[in-house]
Design a protein around this ligand. Structure first.
Ligand SMILES: *Cc1c(COP(=O)(O)O)cnc(C)c1O
Length: 342
């Protein structure tokens, strides 16, 4: 066993392109995408739109940008966005809803990030001059901060009935949607039918160096293109990066299941250790657990770090580990051995 391996469980964004992906990137046909002339970017946008059964798509540098563009296109200043208290759009995008779109936020207390249609209904403001105008409902799937939990699509269907009835927009932060889909067996088209806009990350489990895609109607994406320009996200020969996205969609989706098995294997060992308070149920590739008082969170991260295993604190006494494309079975064995001997 090679105990000198650098084992990085901090995030699934740490992956490096494989030889196959690099080859696809190096041989990509490119052009100036601001003129709409990059054939590889155009092909990626067309392909993702087709996969989800949406009219159009736009390639962006990050998932923060696709989310922030979507919110900016859907709301006007003073409108209100409903999302869960764990939401990435609220917690991890630099206050972007307020900063970019001057909108207010209503936070719901869901079950590991998943709220109900009744919760939405109870939080739509009355139509009078005192209240912010409720405009957008945002769902995250899988839920990062809650430890990779995924939604029951039937609850999303009920939420869509509410948003249709009250003429609200429905946005999906699907940074890790494919992690949910490989577990549930549901299809991208089923999600495409439910949402006005969807953001998909290519640089998480799918393993590309950069890139996210935003989906919606032709009109929505036309506005999104204008907003992307304003946000400074219009790129030139981005086809080199888009080629990695096309490669990932072909090669890296079904294997996500392996990441989930590895996360469960770590959870199994962890749950038997004396320093553990609780291990969240592992549904996908994110593992969140709490340490009891016998082990301080900072010490846990430090001790593992000295053994070349890297993870993050994720709240008081709380640790997050994320499995991914570059986390091998050999690394899994080292992690299992190390955490059972602390
Ligand atoms: C990673 C992530 C994003 C986008 O993050 P970027 O680093 O900006 O690409 C959005 N939502 C969720 C839930 C994420 O985990």
């Amino acid at each position: 066993m090679n105990m000198n391996l650098f084992i990085d469980l901090r995030s699934d964004t740490v992956t490096r392109p494989t030889t196959g992906m690099l080859k696809a990137m190096m041989t990509a046909q490119v052009g100036d995408d601001v003129f709409g002339e990059d054939p590889t970017v155009n092909a990626l946008e067309k392909k993702v739109a087709e996969i989800f059964g949406k009219q159009a798509a736009i390639y962006c540098p990050s998932g923060t940008m696709t989310n922030q563009i979507a919110i900016n296109v859907h709301v006007r200043p003073g409108d209100e966005v409903i999302c869960d208290q764990t939401a990435h759009v609220y917690n991890f995008e630099g206050g972007g809803i307020a900063r970019n779109s001057s909108a207010s936020v209503r936070l719901l207390q869901g079950d590991r990030g998943r709220y109900t249609a009744d919760d939405v209904l109870a939080n739509i403001n009355p139509d009078n001059i005192h209240a912010a105008r409720t405009k957008l409902v945002e769902i995250e799937n899988t839920v990062n901060k809650a430890g990779g939990s995924y939604w029951d699509i039937n609850e999303i269907r009920k939420i869509k009935e509410v948003t249709d009835k009250y003429k609200l927009k429905l946005h999906l932060d699907g940074a890790r949607l494919f992690n949910a889909l490989v577990e549930t067996g549901e299809t991208p088209k089923q999600y495409g039918e439910l949402f006005d806009s969807i953001s998909i990350c290519l640089s998480k489990g799918l393993g590309t160096p950069v890139g996210s895609v935003l989906l919606g109607t032709e009109d929505f994406i036309k506005e999104a293109r204008r907003t992307r320009k304003v946000f400074g996200g219009a790129m030139r020969q981005a086809g080199f990066m888009a080629a990695a996205g096309l490669y990932a969609l072909e090669n890296n989706i079904s294997r996500l299941k392996e990441d989930h098995q590895q996360a469960r294997a770590i959870a199994d060992v962890l749950s038997k250790q004396s320093y553990i308070e609780t291990v969240n149920p592992v549904q996908t590739n994110i593992l969140v657990f709490k340490l009891n008082q016998s082990m301080k969170d900072k010490d846990f991260v430090k001790i593992l770090g000295e053994k070349n295993i890297h993870c993050l604190t994720f709240g008081p006494q709380t640790i997050r580990m994320v499995t991914h494309l570059d986390f091998t079975d050999e690394m899994l064995e080292i992690v299992k051995k190390t955490i059972s001997r602390l």
